[in-house]
Design a protein around this ligand. Structure first.
Ligand SMILES: Cc1ncc(COP(=O)(O)O)c(C=O)c1O
Length: 482
């Protein structure tokens, strides 16, 4: 494919993009319970206006675009006030949760480089429930990830396991408020005490929970302390593009002090171009996401967010109670938030993904690792409030449809074959055989995912990772339409 020799009309360009989008999830119906955080048309309208107004302005150059520095500082101030209102807290706007988490790893690594220069191979302690973004940060930044088990029943971080994992090389401990997979709040105060005692950086990941939890507390949820009011918390992340309903590309990383934030930055004047001083990973940075975030926070306001939070809070209670009443289904742990994971006793829960999709609902598979069984994950949104009973009715029906399906014979076969094999001997050609065995032909994404997910779920993580890279490497290829 080449750039078209002659530009197409706007009408044609729009029509083609609309045609692509026709295959996507119809998320405005509120039935996509993952990836989407939708406050409805009014919020969408103001976000779009602000995004387009600042689309081309560049936050790389605050002297040229002082408006963007003002917008960023106001967003950070609102976030800091939301997370404890502790004097001295500073922060920056980032492109998303992953960037915020990665920068928390960088800050801890570079702080240790400056303050603890004897550490040559820095380590970060990550409860297995900490978001994968921290593993990505460790991977990119040359920090060793040290995974530690969590409580097998509650899925909360286990302070004793964290203490055990501390070595002279530890630079960072991470805990979640809340964890994505099970929606639980880690014992932040206990972990903070450990971090303080050992003089370690301690990051609380509030990417998905940080914005909602203060509202849930005001609604009466019994939740432990989790923000900067807890001594020992050195940094926190919180995403505006989740439950603050801002367009994607909007998160914040906060530090307890300016002294700590120094280590988040990158600076160089050691090249032939303009001086680079980047607080975050991006350099050139559209003003769109931050202007849209500012617009949404200011137009929805605390009272508006409270109303959205209440709808989520109630919908979550209805759904968690409803799932518990469906014979054969079981919620994992006791979610402190609207992130809910559940599994099935008598059949592979991955069949529910397909059966719910057939009924118009998008729910997400999570594999069974580190003591957390294979499960189905849902992020309950404010739109779910009006549809909670409809969701439960669909889930009851889907469960009935899944019962006869049992468990995959192929996955069982793969499991037994793999048990005889060294993962290092696994070859790409074997992967294709596996995929074909699961009914997935070359270049095709599976329409029914249950078989594929059951196979991936039995592969050891290293093999699954290998398989997923092969899979994506094949899919991200332009193929000429025949
Ligand atoms: C707890 C937590 N941390 C980090 C992230 C990563 O955020 P993003 O997808 O915006 O990069 C997520 C995403 O769901 C999350 O739930």
């Amino acid at each position: 494919m080449q750039i078209p020799a002659h530009g197409k009309s706007h009408a044609n360009v729009k029509a083609e993009l609309e045609a692509f989008a026709a295959r996507d999830a119809t998320w405005r119906d509120g039935k996509t319970l993952g990836y989407i955080y939708d406050a409805g048309p009014e919020v969408e309208e103001i976000a779009k206006w602000a995004y387009m107004r600042y689309l081309t302005e560049n936050a790389l150059a605050p002297a040229t675009f002082p408006s963007l520095m003002q917008i960023e500082n106001e967003l950070v101030a609102m976030a800091a006030a939301h997370l404890g209102d502790v004097p001295g807290v500073v922060g920056n706007f980032t492109s998303g949760g992953t960037e915020s988490c990665m920068l928390a790893v960088k800050t801890a690594r570079d702080y240790a480089r400056a303050m603890k220069p004897h550490i040559e191979e820095p380590e970060a302690i990550l409860p297995v429930t900490a978001h994968a973004a921290f593993q990505k940060g460790c991977h990119y930044l040359g920090v060793k990830k040290v995974l530690v088990p969590v409580d097998p029943k509650t899925f909360k971080a286990d302070p004793a396991a964290i203490v055990k994992a501390i070595t002279p090389n530890t630079v960072l401990i991470v805990a979640s408020a809340v964890s994505y997979a099970h929606g639980v709040l880690d014992p932040i105060e206990d972990v903070a005490r450990i971090a303080q005692k050992h003089n370690l950086n301690f990051h609380v990941d509030g990417c998905i929970g940080g914005f909602l939890l203060p509202y849930f507390k005001r609604l009466g949820a019994k939740l432990g302390a989790f923000d900067f009011r807890v001594p020992g918390v050195t940094s926190m992340s919180m995403d505006f593009h989740k439950y603050a309903y801002c367009p994607k590309g909007a998160s914040v990383l906060l530090h307890r002090s300016k002294e700590l934030r120094r280590f988040q930055m990158f600076v160089t004047s050691d090249w032939t171009g303009y001086t680079i001083v980047n607080p975050t990973i991006q350099s050139a940075k559209s003003g769109g996401p931050m202007a849209a975030a500012w617009a949404v926070l200011n137009s929805v306001g605390d009272d508006g967010f409270m109303r959205f939070a209440e709808r989520i809070y109630q919908a979550t209670q209805t759904i968690v109670e409803g799932i518990a009443k469906i014979p054969g289904l079981r919620v994992l742990g006791a979610p402190d938030s609207n992130q809910v994971a559940f599994t099935a006793e008598d059949f592979s829960c991955f069949h529910l993904i397909d059966e719910m999709a057939a009924r118009g609902w998008g729910v997400q598979p999570q594999f069974g690792y580190h003591g957390s069984e294979a499960n189905v994950h849902i992020s309950i949104g404010q739109k779910t409030f009006d549809q909670a009973n409809e969701f439960l009715a669909a889930l009851r029906e889907a469960t009935d449809a899944c019962r006869p399906k049992g468990f995959s014979q192929i996955a069982a076969k793969v499991k037994s074959e793999l048990s005889r094999m060294n993962p290092a001997d696994f070859k790409p050609a074997m992967l294709n055989d596996l995929m074909r065995a699961a009914g997935i032909e070359d270049g095709q994404l599976p329409r029914k995912s249950a078989e594929l997910n059951q196979i991936l779920n039995v592969l050891p993580p290293k093999v699954t990772e290998f398989a997923l890279i092969e899979f994506m490497n094949e899919r991200y290829l332009y193929r000429e339409k025949k």
